[in-house]
Design a protein around this ligand. Sequence first.
Ligand code: JHZ
Length: 395
Amino acid sequence: MLKKFLDLGEQPLANSYLKKSQLKKREKKIKLEIVFNEKNYLVSIKKKVSKFLMFNADYPYRSSQSSTMIKSFRDISNEIKKKFNPKFIIEIGSNDGTFLKNFKKNKIIGIEPCKNVAKITKKIGYKTIDKYWTIKLAKILIKEKKADIIYSANTLSHIENLDETFNAINIALKHDGVLILEGPALLPCIKFNIYDQFYCEHIYVFSTISLKQILKKYDFEIFDLKNLSTHGGSTRYFIKKKINKRIKIYNSVNKEINKEITFGLSKFSTYKKFAKNVKKSKLKLISILKQLKSSKKKVIGYGATAKSCTVLNYCKINSKQINYFYDTTPNKINKFLPGSKIFIKKYKKLRKKDADIVFLGAWNFKKEILNKEKLFLREGGKFLTHIPNVKLFSK
Ligand code: JHZ
């Protein structure tokens, strides 16, 4: 049974940045409610949005916009080469090729349904299929060859139809092949009050206990995992077909399962408690922004993330509280954040003369950003974050 624990209100589509000409038009909105499945422990959003509305030729997100992600993809690529020495890799959700580029062009193909993004990797010579990942596509691919590795980062949580996804993976992966999945993890999400990880694109936020149950249905099993700091806390799962008895199951799997159960991820009461903390966080953020406004401080935002969409709309923050956002992504610049309609300016190095306080929309890149903006801090500027707690800080 699905049990609702959090209501994040009416929300626009997170990556649907608005052009000036669209400001007066009515935006598509959904009721963003988060539910817990008591049977398989899966946490998901209740109302799903059609993939065609979210992942199309206007998709703005580019994974290459942070050095943290470039390094993370380089590290896993080196690990894959060393551990598995694959002849052929399929990447599901290849975005702008931040992972693909670490491999020789004849060893890897990308699957990327957003045609504008797929064009980027096609242009630099990587075979990229601009279609959704389906059984039909997997059957076409295996006419040439099956994959030794199927890799997918920050994508599985975006695909509603898990049956289609895993059945297609089963077809395209060799019987001794390895499936590597990574994405935001539920444990840090609940522990650190990361409620902005929920938005239309994140249909699911997986835990090990939920993924294990889901995989069983398709005869897959997790044999190893690694927790990562990316995106505020992610898990990278190494998965094999059950028929493959050559690979042993590492202790890391049971260790993580025990950690999740001890924390309470299998109990509904944990999620109810989380929802209470989310409400408290909202009130505090609204109150700090109100105080800043009354003391005439200029507040701007940094990183017009999909996550920001959830926070801004849930807390009803608009350009009265945050003047504008800085972002480096070409497709977001000179547009407006959905719902809140806050303007996005081309990133410029932060200076105190431009802002007193900077709201960290991309809080998950705090380390990288603070490193870049030392001058602003030296000049007396401050950052405002809402994760894990709402606070102003200067180091
Ligand atoms: P970032 C997206 O979420 C959407 P978002 C998606 N659904 C998903 O799952 C994750 O990515 C993986 C900017 N920036 O990565 C770039 C700067 O301007 O947290 C990005 O617009 N300067 C697919 O949008 C944004 O911040 C910087 O120095 O929540 C970061 O977005 C840095 C480091 C980033 O993902």
